[in-house]
Ligand binder design. Structure first.
Ligand code: BES
Ligand code: ZN
Length: 462
């Protein structure tokens, strides 16, 4: 693998690390038993299987589908993860916590297919279906944009960018006699295609008002080119929700009180309407595959594999997990590895970043940078980013880092590139997963993790 861009500072530090740990592929004696770290790395690299990890991605994103925090599908995801971990021989616990209500819409087509969207809490929220023909209208902030045939139709409009303007669009559609309104989201907050959303309205309406992902609007347009499109709208307010963290524990080989602990944790929920193949079935798939490989190894530290719930609702699962720890338990955690979006096929996402919220380095970033250097894998780079489950750990003073593929322009570190299909219905295996990226992430994170937990005693390794 080659460093494709010139990042003199980072490249220099990579070189420094590779000098410290011996050159690429060498088997120099750098561990107490005379066995090299590189040889230990091979116990991970030779055994991790990207296709097994992607099979978990397939189950979560295709068999289960979208997994909004607190909903039934997220529970099914938890059960799948728990059963898999139990199958590998781990003890598994569930940790439940409350999450806020969700307003979710279901759009059904005559062929039986359905799409998930966000519903406006101030529109009609009912399981009693509103059925009608779709009419796509450009504009909508002026009443004159609506032809007389708008009467009795389900009107779809590209969403005006400001909230006050899209409220006008809804109001005008209602005045024009719409049976239902769907606003098509155009752009996302991270340069991605628009995601589903819950339209925020000031007036209460007795018709459904939904927020569609950009691609759902495009797909509706394509269908309309073929002829009339009939859809059926239902929505539900989901209340008293609980999300769930799934926690598997691997005891250290030699049981002793207060053995240090290392965590590998990935969120298993997705945003509404998104299949979450890369975000973040990929992180869960990587976690499960490393759990499988590590089961047979003796480790000196206690190792926890955790699937966090409701990350997309505000890092809720990881925050809950950290909040219920005692100070003594927090002090005992040496490192938290958080894979989140570890297998995109997006060509501009050239590096696997080990990100901390403030750019500081710690055991997690150091061990993975060192692993990359030993393996001759230059994909890994350090970086600064929050927005995932490493944040609550970091805020509690626990060393943690997020692993994510992205591109960062060397001339402006504030500009970053992630896949356009992030948080959309296009985050699928077909459109957004690369087996090569998954393998590289498995190798680097797996070897880094192993170097922090393994027991360096001769004879224990076959
Ligand atoms: N996987 C993303 C985090 C991410 C995306 C990091 C792009 C870096 C670049 C994560 O699942 C996410 O979307 N997080 C939310 C966090 C929020 C709900 C607190 C986000 O960033 O919007
Ligand atoms: Zn994520």
């Amino acid at each position: 693998m080659v460093v494709k861009r010139t990042r003199s500072k980072v490249f220099a530090s990579l070189l420094a690390v590779s000098i410290a740990f011996g050159s690429v592929g060498s088997v120099s004696a750098d561990s107490p038993n005379g066995k090299s770290s590189y040889a230990h790395d091979q116990k991970v690299v030779a055994r991790v299987d990207a296709n097994r990890a992607i099979e978990h991605v397939r189950y979560l994103s295709e068999e289960i589908g979208t997994r909004p925090g607190g909903l039934e599908a997220e529970k099914r995801s938890a059960d799948y993860i728990a059963n898999t971990l139990r199958g590998y021989g781990y003890d598994v616990e569930y940790q439940y916590f409350p999450v806020a209500d969700q307003y979710i819409a279901n759009v059904a087509f005559n062929d039986g297919s359905t799409w998930e969207m966000g519903a406006a809490p101030n529109g009609k929220i009912s399981t009693e279906a509103v059925e009608g023909q779709v009419l796509f209208i450009e504009g909508g902030t002026s009443l004159t944009d609506f032809p007389s045939e708008a009467e009795g139709k389900i009107i779809v409009m590209p969403r005006a960018s400001s909230t006050s303007d899209y409220r006008k669009q809804v109001d005008n559609a209602v005045q024009a006699g719409a049976k239902g309104v769907i606003l098509q989201s155009l752009v996302g907050s991270r340069g991605n295609y628009g995601s589903t959303f819950n339209p925020s309205l000031l007036t209460t309406y007795d018709i459904p008002v939904y927020g569609a992902a950009f691609i759902q609007g495009e797909w509706l347009k394509e269908q309309l080119e073929e002829g009339p499109v009939e859809i059926s709208l239902t929505a539900k307010q989901y209340s008293n929700l609980q999300s769930v963290n799934v926690i598997a524990t691997k005891a250290p080989k030699t049981k002793r009180k207060n053995a240090k602990q290392v965590i590998l944790g990935a969120h298993h929920d997705s945003v509404v309407g998104a299949f979450g193949a890369n975000d973040n079935a990929s992180g869960v798939g990587l976690m499960l595959e490393l759990a499988r490989v590590f089961k047979g190894y003796n480790t000196e530290k206690e190792l926890k594999f955790i699937a966090f719930g409701a990350e997309e609702r505000g890092l809720l699962g990881s925050r809950y997990y950290v909040n219920q720890l005692t100070q003594e338990q927090k002090d005992n955690i040496e490192a938290v590895f958080v894979p989140d979006m570890v297998a995109t096929n997006y060509d501009k996402a050239k590096n696997l970043y080990a990100m901390t919220p403030d750019g500081s380095t710690n055991l997690v970033t150091d061990s993975t940078m060192a692993a990359g250097a030993r393996l001759g894998n230059s994909d890994i780079l350090p970086g600064t980013f929050g927005s995932s489950d490493h944040v609550p750990f970091h805020q509690a003073g626990i060393p943690a880092a997020l692993f994510i593929w992205m591109g960062i322009d060397s001339w402006d570190p504030l500009v970053y590139h992630i896949e356009k299909v992030y948080h959309t219905p296009q985050d699928t295996i077909a459109d957004n997963i690369s087996a090569e990226k998954m393998k590289s992430a498995l190798d680097i994170i797996g070897a880094g993790l192993f170097s922090t937990v393994r027991k360096d005693i001769p004879g224990l390794y076959k």
